[in-house]
Design a protein around this ligand. Structure first.
Ligand SMILES: Cc1ncc(COP(=O)(O)O)c(C=O)c1O
Length: 423
C-alpha cells in the first residue's frame, strides 16, 4: 500500500487552487522509514495465494501489484503527486508524453470517431492525429483554438473529444479552457488539455477540463535526463486505461520504469521554485527583446493577444511560463543566431524545454517539421521563428546583454545597439 497522507490545503487559506501546497502536503514513509519512498526494483510481484492473483487480475485487490506494465509502487507514487498538482482524482504515468497522449486519445476514440483539435499543437501530436489516427478511421478537424465559434462549428455527431494545449507549442496560443469546457459539456464530449508548457501556472482541471496531459520530459522533470508522460483524470478513466482486458495503456504498453518514476518524483518537489524562476527570466527577456524591436511572443507581454485571458486563468505566483518566441526574419538568420548563442555559452541549440540552461530551436525545421510547409505558413509559423525555453539563470540581465551582443553581431536589430554596459 502507498503510505501517504494528503492534507487538504484548501482548508488552509482562501479557496484558490494551490498546486505547490498539494505537492508539499504529500507525506511519505518509505519501506524502511526513509523520507523518500523505496523504489520498487521489480517487474513482477508475488502473490501469497492463487486466489489473490486472480482477484488482482480482475481488479479487485486494492494495494496488490501484478506486473510493472500495469503499475508499480513507484509509478503510483509519481501518479499521485501529479494528480495532486493538477487537482484530479488520480493519474497514470507513462514512458513519454506521446505515450500518454496517444493512449488517451485511443481510449476515447475508435473507428468512425472524430476529434476537434487545435491546429497549433506539438508536431508529434499533430502527426499522430493527421497521419496515424486515420489508419484507424479516426478523423481530426484542425481549428484555430482561439476562435471558439469555429471550434463549435467543427463538432459533428461523431466528435468524441476536443484536444488542445493550454499554451500551444510553438506559437504560444492560449486556450480559453473555461469556455472550451462549456462547449464540450454542451455536446457531451470530453476536453483534453496538454499542460506541458504551463505546469503550476495553469490548472486545466480547475477550469473545467476533463483530462490533463503532460510530457514529464520537460519542466516537470526539469533535468533533461529522462522521458516521461502523464494522464491526469478521474479514477474511472485511469482504471480503464490500465484494464488488463481492453486498456489502451496496459495493452500498448508505454510504461515508465520505476527508477525513472522515483527520480521524476524527487524533481517535482522543486518544480514551484523552478517555474517561478523560468517565468521571471522569460518575462524579463521578452520585455527586453520587444524593446529591441524584435517580434516577440510571450503570454506575459501586454502585446500578446491572449494576455488578459492567461491572466484570468493563471495561478498568479508562477508567472507566464518559461517559453517565448522571437522572429528574426529568416531561417538563415535564426540558425546564425542560435549557433552564435551556443558558441557564447548562452544555452544549447536543442529541442525540448524546461532545462536549467536556455534551449533554443527553430520549430519550422525541428519540433514542428511534421506540419507541412503550407500549413505552417497558414498558422503563422514563419521560417525565422526561434523558440526559447528560458533557463534558470541567476543573472538574467547579464544573459540579456550577451544575447543582445550576439544579435548585434549578426545584424538582426533595426538599431545597432552599441554595448554600453560592461559585462
Ligand atoms: C506540448 C508537448 N506535448 C507533448 C510532447 C511529447 O512529449 P514526449 O517528447 O515526452 O513524448 C511534447 C514534446 O516536445 C510537447 O512539447
Amino acid at each position: 500500500m502507498i503510505s501517504k497522507f494528503v492534507i487538504n490545503s484548501k482548508n488552509n487559506s482562501n479557496m484558490k487552487f494551490k498546486p505547490a501546497n498539494k505537492i508539499q502536503d504529500l507525506q511519505y514513509f518509505g519501506e524502511f522509514g526513509g523520507v523518500n519512498p523505496s523504489i520498487s526494483d521489480s517487474s513482477t510481484y508475488t502473490f501469497l495465494s492463487a486466489k489473490k492473483m486472480l482477484d488482482t487480475f480482475e481488479g479487485h485487490a486494492e494495494g496488490c501489484y501484478l506486473y510493472s506494465r500495469h503499475a508499480s509502487p513507484s509509478t503510483l507514487y509519481l501518479g499521485e503527486a501529479l494528480a495532486a498538482m493538477e487537482g484530479t482524482e488520480t493519474a497514470n504515468v507513462s514512458g513519454s508524453g506521446m505515450g500518454a497522449i496517444t493512449t488517451t486519445i485511443l481510449h476515447y476514440c475508435g473507428a468512425g470517431d472524430h476529434i476537434v483539435s487545435s491546429r497549433t499543437i506539438y508536431g508529434g501530436t499533430y502527426a499522430f492525429l493527421k497521419n496515424f489516427a486515420p489508419r484507424f478511421n479516426i478523423d481530426t478537424s484542425f481549428v484555430d483554438i482561439t476562435k471558439l465559434d469555429l471550434i463549435e462549428a467543427a463538432i459533428t455527431e461523431n466528435t468524441k473529444i476536443i484536444y488542445c494545449e493550454a499554451v500551444s507549442n510553438p506559437l504560444l496560443e492560449v486556450a480559453d479552457i473555461k469556455r472550451l469546457a462549456q462547449i464540450a459539456k454542451k455536446y457531451g464530449i470530453h476536453l483534453l488539455v496538454d499542460n506541458t508548457f504551463s505546469p503550476m501556472s495553469i490548472s486545466p482541471k480547475e477550469l473545467g477540463a476533463d483530462v490533463v496531459l503532460h510530457s514529464l520530459t520537460k519542466f516537470i522533470n526539469g533535468t533533461n535526463d529522462t522521458m516521461g508522460g502523464a494522464v491526469c483524470g478521474s479514477q474511472e478513466l485511469i482504471d480503464s486505461l490500465r484494464s488488463v482486458t481492453n486498456g489502451s495503456s496496459m495493452l500498448l504498453g508505454p510504461s515508465l520504469d520505476s527508477m525513472r518514476a522515483a527520480s521524476i518524483l524527487k524533481n517535482m518537489r522543486t518544480l514551484h521554485i523552478r517555474i517561478k524562476q523560468h517565468s521571471k527570466n522569460a518575462l524579463y527577456l521578452a520585455e527586453q527583446f520587444e524593446n529591441l524591436g524584435l517580434r516577440t511572443v510571450y503570454p506575459g507581454l501586454v502585446s500578446h493577444p491572449s494576455h488578459e485571458l492567461f491572466k484570468s486563468m493563471m495561478n498568479e505566483e508562477y508567472g507566464f511560463g518559461g517559453m517565448l518566441t522571437i522572429d528574426v526574419g529568416s531561417l538563415k538568420k535564426a540558425n546564425e543566431l542560435m549557433e552564435l548563442m551556443q558558441h557564447e555559452n548562452l544555452g544549447y541549440l536543442a529541442v525540448s524545454l524546461g532545462f536549467y540552461k536556455t534551449l533554443f530551436s527553430a520549430p519550422g525545421t525541428s519540433t514542428s517539421s511534421e506540419i507541412p510547409e503550407e500549413e505552417q505558413k497558414e498558422m503563422g509559423l514563419s521560417d525565422g521563428l526561434i523558440r526559447f525555453s528560458i533557463g534558470l539563470d541567476n543573472d538574467i540581465k547579464r544573459t540579456f546583454r550577451l544575447m543582445r551582443r550576439c544579435m548585434n553581431k549578426i545584424n538582426i536589430l533595426k538599431i545597432n545597439h552599441e554595448l554600453q554596459e560592461t559585462i
